[in-house]
Design a protein around this ligand. Structure first.
Ligand code: FNR
Length: 347
């Protein structure tokens, strides 16, 4: 019942996947004080190398992108060297790995970067505090200037080049889940009146400029993007967001990305303004390789791929609970259920 999941898949002429199961990006907050991957992280990723493709935990492109403790970076030589150990170990075990590039925008906290400035499209903060660090309440960000935007694009592009230096097979831009790129794409967080706000074209501009800068640096074959048309995390939905994604998706299709990945926790969720599920909404507007995700069992994922809902499945929580997820599914063995207390160790 999971036969399709084990068919190989060609992303493009440089990237062949041995199966259709991707390990979803999963923040674990386990890098060292300098945001360098540790040996435990090397072993954790190496154990999961039989996934068709691993997408790394979100990895910050520069210090002011940090919103959680001990999330790894890709902007210092030590971080690049640390990631090189991860990518070598994954490759040695026959796997492939992309780096997910991250800037949290208004979800950043200055505690993590010497009380620096929190940047976002507009000066609109979010409520609440950093998870498990109650004393760190979120602050109102500074709206980025056009110079800030140009610097951010340059820093995304440099982080992508650093990822290739570190031996990654490609990168996925984290444009989902209410972080910086996504903040430009939703009305809740983007009130700009310049070239980066107000219309679907303008609200899509930052995302497309980041995509284009990275493609120019490392090639479209190695560039992927994750997006959340359905606002569900760090963000409130707005029915006008639909027009932004109606514009963005055909633009992305022209870029020949390695893949487009949906960001959602449960793909059973329906959004009024998208007239249903995010995956159905995107599939209708984007014909290239699409990665589905969100509370899928192996059988559900197999059926969804057979039904042409998407081409590849990303698996998150079950991969935390089962380092041997791929082998267990292949053998039809029962999976260990995910529990939140599993987040305290890397096994
Ligand atoms: C996540 N998710 C996530 N997404 C992302 O784009 N970057 C990230 O770093 C993380 N980090 C993360 C940590 C933890 C502990 C969880 C549970 C989730 C979301 C993840 O990639 C995936 O979309 C969801 O977990 C839904 O898929 P599953 O778990 O239902 O297969």
């Amino acid at each position: 019942m999971t036969k399709t999941l084990f068919q190989p898949f060609t992303l493009n002429h440089t990237l062949q996947l041995t199966n259709r199961i991707l390990m979803a990006p999963l923040t674990r907050c386990m890098s060292d004080a300098n945001l360098v991957p540790t040996q435990d992280m090397v072993d954790y990723y190496a154990r999961r190398a039989d996934a068709g493709l691993i997408i790394s935990e979100a990895t910050i492109i520069r210090p002011d992108g940090q919103g959680y403790p001990n999330t790894p970076g890709l902007f210092t030589p030590e971080q690049i060297t640390g990631w090189r150990k991860v990518t070598d170990a994954v490759h040695k075990n026959g796997g492939k790995i992309f780096a997910q590039l991250w800037h949290t925008g208004r979800v950043a906290h200055p505690h993590f970067f010497n009380n620096g400035t929190v940047l976002a499209p507009s000066a609109i903060g979010i409520e609440g505090s950093v998870p498990r660090m109650r004393e760190l309440t979120y602050i109102t960000p500074k709206a980025v200037t056009q110079d800030d935007i140009q610097q951010l694009i340059a820093d995304y592009s440099q982080a992508a080049a650093n990822a290739i230096d570190a031996g990654f097979d490609g990168i996925e831009i984290h444009g989902a889940n209410g972080y910086l790129v996504d903040q430009f794409l939703h009305h809740d967080s983007n009130h700009r009146v310049d070239d980066y706000g107000g219309t679907p074209q303008n609200m899509s501009r930052f995302a497309l400029e980041v995509v284009d800068a990275i493609i120019a640096r490392i090639g479209h074959e190695r560039t992927a993007l994750r997006i959340s048309p359905g606002a569900y995390f760090n963000m409130a939905g707005d029915k006008r967001d639909r027009d932004v994604f109606d514009y963005l998706l055909p633009q992305l299709e022209q870029r020949n990305l390695a893949y487009l990945h949906i960001g959602i926790f449960d793909d059973g969720m329906e959004f009024d303004y998208l007239e249903g599920r995010v995956s159905d909404y995107v599939r209708k507007r984007y014909q290239n390789t699409l990665v589905g995700v969100g509370s899928y069992t192996p059988n559900m994922a197999n059926t969804a791929i057979n039904d042409n809902k998407f081409d590849l499945i990303a698996v998150g929580r079950p991969f935390i609970a089962n380092p041997d997820y791929v082998e267990k599914v292949k053998q039809g063995q029962p999976l260990t259920p995910y529990r939140e207390d599993m987040l305290s160790t890397l096994f």
